[in-house]
Design a protein around this ligand. Structure first.
Ligand code: HDD
Length: 708
């Protein structure tokens, strides 16, 4: 085999490959056979008021094509957003794997990533409570490798044969197709109560992990234990992790529900806009590497996808970085038609006997056949590998290749035996890891898969207080939506095996009898790495800040603040009661980015009320503006006020915190409320604001009783 080309050149190869099929809107209008068309608004008809004629080939072609525009949406993960980029390892991993793309730090491998929600339809809102898919296609020189993961490190079920049952339970109920993209309904919780193996994953789903602030701020996990195999055929177990460089951050539940109406494309738009601004999302790939000799060293089974491997037991080794730097040109052609498959592997990466993974290795190929209409979906441009493809597979719907020659079988002599068999050494052929397998045919779950609660407890114990409060509230919300009392009761009984206090609180919130005594004592174990309280909090890059202004605003303070935040990578929008410009206190004009009525506080990470007595008086009498600030406060966001802006805060129905008073003086910061009477706040104010924002939310005032 020719040595795959290396270096940064490779990252653009996929882009170059796609160039051959890109099409710009230009030239004269024509039919699909190239016949030019001079009227596409009026069908050919017999007389001005007469019937349309069959003869109108342009009409028929146009309508027929339109009638066939839709393809089946993905049965799960229908709603998604994608981007291109590249992956580059920090150092060679050749002592673990022969995979070329992991063996040379000079090789940049092009990638396409698709993020998704699971339960909702293609048009559902982005911010629903759900798992997020994190699927990466590496276009390596040795073929495509797909890492089809989620933002949660465990899964609902242990054996893939249960996947249709689980998905039927979580999807809208079949008799009335309600609710859309929601887990808060009877059938899901009925399933959960009857399947204790779901309990660990349900703890994650009820945590803030299911409400990511951004696809750029969530982790990714390969979930299963895979195998890395080196050139000598030696294997190491591996668990894959993606860590976002911006930290792992979430929205709050009330906020996500409002965003679902204000901007259903919130996460999709966020990804798109960050890439358009050149603020490229970055993720570090990490690996937990487990020697084969340690296969049975843990108190759970490495083949059980409802279990994670605590980082405190086996640390995550950072091995490389992925950067997403290009938006697709066409959503359908690329993001919709991309076809991921867990069995798209390259030499050096292999499977384990995890029964969930084994099932996936069947399901993903099968689903593409119906979704993309036949066996040639790999020829769709987004799926085409950079590695050369030669085989004797022929024909089928959507065949784009013109295979030449007389032969389409192996072995042949008429085409000199081509395509010939690749060898594993010289030609880099894939060889399956030679695992010894010995067993009787049996339908039985291994004993080692039977503990369903220890890690659910581990997760619960690892959460910060505020995370635990959110989780309890989520269970209460979801079970509170269930109509059947016995469904609520059974889940509470399951939770009693996780933690008695948790079960009691949930029971009290949903009106069922709390369990009298604990069924399993809390094991007291925790893993700090599982809490989002311990994530990266050192940047405000790409954070969205709203500055509220009106006529009479003291603009000097606003401009200096804007500049200071932009230098740190944040996005600052000036919002006013109306779009256009406002006349400033100084007599100049200040551009307005958006009218307050067209946005909402839930679309921002922080809010600042600018100074200027007239401006503040106008804002204080504007219900949208006051609601904006109070709501941001309720959602635990940094709220700041400059000069007279402090008076607006004082007039709001929010808990009274310490605020700046008097004519001037240093800024006062109290539980994320930052105030200064100076109309031009200095660098100390900016520093403190950036510090608060880098912490994402001020959880100490979370759940503030604010009527917003
Ligand atoms: Fe799956 C899509 C992730 C278990 C069957 N899955 C799909 C996608 C992601 C995952 C991210 C969307 C890919 C894309 O963007 O196109 N799935 C997972 C993870 C799992 C998992 C992390 C457990 C660890 N999945 C799973 C099982 C089965 C499937 C057990 C079936 C036995 N998944 C599918 C599917 C989908 C899919 C039906 C729908 C569309 C597609 O594959 O291409 O085949």
């Amino acid at each position: 085999m020719a040595e795959p080309s290396g270096g940064s050149e490779r990252a653009v190869d996929k882009d170059r490959q796609l160039d051959s099929v890109r099409k710009d809107s230009q030239g004269a209008l024509s039919t699909n056979t190239g016949t030019r068309v001079d009227d596409t608004d009026n069908a050919l008809q017999a007389g001005e008021r007469g019937p349309t004629l069959m003869e109108d080939f342009h009409f028929r072609e146009k309508i027929t094509h339109f009638d066939h525009e839709r393809i089946p949406e993905r049965v799960v993960h229908a709603r998604g957003a994608g981007a291109y980029g590249y992956f580059q390892p920090y150092a060679s991993l050749s002592h673990y794997t022969r995979a070329h793309f992991l063996s040379d730090p000079s090789v940049r491998t092009p990638v396409f990533v698709r993020f998704s929600t699971v339960a909702g339809s293609r048009g559902s809102a982005d911010t629903v409570r759900d798992v997020r898919g994190f699927a990466t296609k590496f276009y390596t020189a040795e073929g495509n490798f797909d890492l089809v993961g989620n933002n949660i490190p465990v899964f609902f079920i242990q054996d893939g044969i249960k996947f249709p049952d689980f998905v039927h339970a979580v999807k809208p109920e079949p008799h009335n197709e309600i609710p859309q993209a929601q887990s808060a309904h009877d059938t899901l919780w009925d399933f959960v109560g009857l399947q204790p193996e779901t309990m660990h994953m349900m703890m994650w789903l009820m945590s803030d992990r299911s409400l990511p602030r951004s696809y750029r701020m969530m982790q990714g996990f390969g979930v299963h234990t895979f195998r890395l195999v080196d050139a000598q055929g030696r294997a190491t177990f591996v668990k894959f992790h993606w860590r976002p460089l911006l930290g792992t951050h979430s929205l709050v539940w009330d906020e996500t529900q409002k965003i679902a109406g204000k901007d259903p494309d919130y996460n999709r738009r966020d990804l798109w806009e960050a890439i358009e601004r050149g603020q490229y999302p970055e993720y570090e790939l990490g690996m937990q590497l487990i020697p084969e000799s340690d296969e049975f060293a843990f108190d759970f089974d490495l083949l059980d996808a409802t279990k994670l491997l605590p980082e405190e037991q086996v640390p995550v080794t950072p091995v490389g970085k992925m950067v997403l730097d290009r938006n697709p040109d066409n959503f359908f052609a690329e993001t919709e038609q991309v076809a991921f498959h867990t069995a798209h592997v390259v030499p050096g990466i292999d499977f384990t006997n995890d029964p969930l993974l084994q099932a996936r290795n069947f399901s993903y190929l099968d689903t593409q056949l119906i979704r993309l209409g036949g066996p040639n979906f790999q020829q769709l441009p987004v799926n085409t590998p950079l590695a050369e493809v030669h085989n004797n597979q022929r024909d089928g719907y959507g065949q784009h290749r013109i295979h030449r020659g007389q032969t389409s079988y192996f072995d042949n002599s008429l085409a000199s035996g081509c395509p010939y068999l690749a060898s594993s050494q010289g030609d880099g052929a894939y060889t399956h890891y030679q695992e010894r397998v010995d067993g009787v045919k049996i339908r039985k779950r291994s004993e080692s898969f039977h503990d369903h609660y220890s890690q659910a407890t581990l997760f619960y114990n690892s959460l910060a207080d505020w995370e635990r409060e959110h989780l309890v509230a989520a269970f209460q919300f979801e079970l509170g939506k269930c109509e059947h009392t016995h469904v609520r009761e059974r889940v509470v009984a399951r939770l009693n095996n996780v933690d008695h206090g948790l079960a009691t609180r949930v029971a009290n919130g949903v009106g069922v009898q709390p369990p009298a005594e604990e069924s399993t004592p809390n094991n007291g174990r925790s893993s700090p790495a599982l809490s989002q309280a311990n994530t990266t909090m050192d940047t405000i890059n790409t954070r969205q800040i709203a500055v509220l202004v009106a006529h009479g605003v003291e603009a000097a303070g606003v401009t200096a603040f804007q500049e200071a935040m932009r230098q740190r990578g944040a996005v600052v929008d000036v919002l006013a009661p109306a779009d256009g410009t406002v006349t400033t206190f100084e007599g100049a004009t200040l551009s307005v980015d958006r009218a307050i009525t067209t946005v909402a506080s839930v679309l921002y990470d922080a809010v600042v009320v600018a100074g200027g007595v007239r401006s503040v008086a106008m804002l204080a009498s504007d219900g949208y503006a006051t609601h904006f600030v109070a709501e941001a406060f309720k959602h635990a966001k940094p709220v700041a006020a400059i000069g007279a802006g402090v008076d607006l805060i004082g007039s709001l129905p929010i808990p009274k915190l310490r605020m700046a008073n008097g004519e001037s003086g240093a800024a006062v910061s109290d539980q994320g409320l930052l105030t200064t009477r100076d109309s031009e706040p200095g660098s100390a104010f900016n520093e403190e604001f950036a510090r608060l924002l880098s912490h994402h939310r001020i959880w100490e005032r979370d759940m503030a009783p604010v009527p917003a």
